[in-house]
Design a protein around this ligand. Structure first.
Ligand SMILES: Cc1cc2nc3c(=O)[nH]c(=O)nc-3n(C[C@H](O)[C@H](O)[C@H](O)COP(=O)(O)OP(=O)(O)OC[C@H]3O[C@@H](n4cnc5c(N)ncnc54)[C@H](O)[C@@H]3O)c2cc1C
Length: 369
């Protein structure tokens, strides 16, 4: 890179990690471009509720200067779990709130909106899918975009999630299926339309843990409750079982069979959801996942360390974004900054991935035999 020129930094992906990185860079006066394949911020619903941990997600929001605005939107009362027995539907345990300053919940869409609103106009270039990344001999990096055009940057940050197109420039690892699928559905206006479910979930989350099948239901804002049935099943369980996921009744019939030893009150819940069912097979990268440093390119968030969704992924993606930006604004030069970031991020995420794998086994215990 020419020493006198402002470094050209591209973040690929306008998820929580990429946006946090861009925000912290801009806060320190560093120009950055975010390339996002989706056409706009509203292209798809952003998903459920996230709890922000004090030492990761909240720390990143503090670096982004957005912690107060986060607290204005967040639901501290959401940091509560009720555990029900699958066979009887009776309450067997109650956890939370967490003593370390709490883990307030926030809708993912609200959090992403907070980050997007904090960026300078035009920072995110929507509808710009990256197809491939090639490191160049001078230490910079070339992006190949979906329309066939190319652009060169001094640093490309792959924040493009599980199926990253940036990752192959650094590593040959590909995500593998964990054996667990989340089947997601939703309930609207719960306090009025689904008072029984609203009472069970309370202000936070409900967990029903059975062998090979667990149910998590979480309160979101505006009376919405999102539920995930976690199944230990082959990735194509619906196809081999002849279940059309678009046919709500067919899915409900299959769930009634799958949960035939659960209390009627719990099985009833899944019969009344207002939304259809979305199948989310869970994939992970090998752990530990790492790479030899390559000038001009690095990864953060799921692109670097996709792990089971047991409450850490978004928090770590945001911390990665903040840490990388801090390293880049430290004056060390891009190469040394990225090396310093990778030296911290890779072992941290390896440890978290191991813990998350254990967390998934705990969430959905294997069925006996
Ligand atoms: C059901 C579920 C529940 C979860 N719950 C929690 C939780 O409670 N707490 C928690 O901390 N984590 C949770 N997670 C994990 C969390 O969602 C992820 O770890 C987090 O979103 C990762 O953020 P990211 O910025 O790395 O990637 P992403 O959020 O995946 O963002 C990637 C972005 O890159 C864009 N993109 C992809 N490919 C390209 C391309 N080729 N070119 C340009 N743009 C591209 C995508 O459109 C997207 O906007 C959950 C995950 C799931 C599936």
């Amino acid at each position: 890179m020419h020493p006198a020129r402002t470094p050209r930094i591209a973040v690929v992906g306008a998820g929580l990690g990429g946006l946090t990185c861009a925000r912290v860079l801009q806060r320190h006066g560093h120009p950055v471009t975010v390339l996002e394949r989706e056409a706009s911020a509203d292209t798809r619903p952003q998903g459920g509720s996230l709890d922000m941990h004090a030492d990761t997600g909240q720390a990143a929001l503090r670096s982004a200067g957005l912690l107060d605005r986060f607290h204005d939107l967040a639901r501290p009362e959401g940091d509560e779990w009720r555990v029900l027995d699958p066979a009887t539907g009776a309450l067997v345990a109650r956890h939370g709130p967490t003593p370390d300053g709490g883990r307030p919940e926030i809708d993912r869409g609200q959090l992403r909106g907070l980050l997007l609103d904090s960026l300078a106009e035009g920072t995110v270039r929507w509808g710009r899918a990256v197809r491939a990344v090639t490191p160049l001999p001078d230490g910079s990096c070339r992006l190949l975009l979906g329309d066939g055009s190319t652009e060169d940057f001094d640093l490309v940050v792959g924040a493009d999630g599980a199926w990253s197109r940036v990752r192959p420039a650094l590593s040959s690892a590909v995500p593998r299926y964990t054996g667990v699928t989340f089947l997601e559905t939703g309930f609207d206006d719960c306090d009025t339309r689904h008072p029984g479910l609203a009472r069970l979930v309370g202000n936070g989350s409900l967990l029903v843990k059975g062998a090979g099948r667990s149910l998590v239901a979480q309160r979101n804002s505006n009376g919405h409750i999102r539920a995930y049935l976690a199944l230990r099943a082959p990735e194509d369980w619906h196809r081999t079982g002849g279940v059309d996921l678009a046919d709500r009744q067919a899915v409900r019939d299959r769930l009634a069979t799958l949960l035939d030893d659960w209390a009627e009150s719990l099985r009833d819940l899944l019969r009344t959801s207002d939304h259809g069912f979305v199948n989310r097979p869970l994939h992970v990268l090998p752990a530990p996942h790492g790479w030899e440093h390559v000038p001009g390119v690095t990864l953060l968030g799921d692109a670097a360390h996709l792990m089971p969704p047991v409450g850490l992924g978004a928090n770590l993606a945001m911390l990665d974004g903040a840490d990388l930006a801090h390293a880049l604004v430290s004056g060390a030069g891009i190469g040394e900054a990225v090396r310093a970031y990778e030296r911290t991020m890779l072992p941290r995420s390896a440890e978290a991935a191991t813990g998350s794998a254990q967390g998934l086994d705990h969430l959905v215990p294997a069925a006996a035999g």
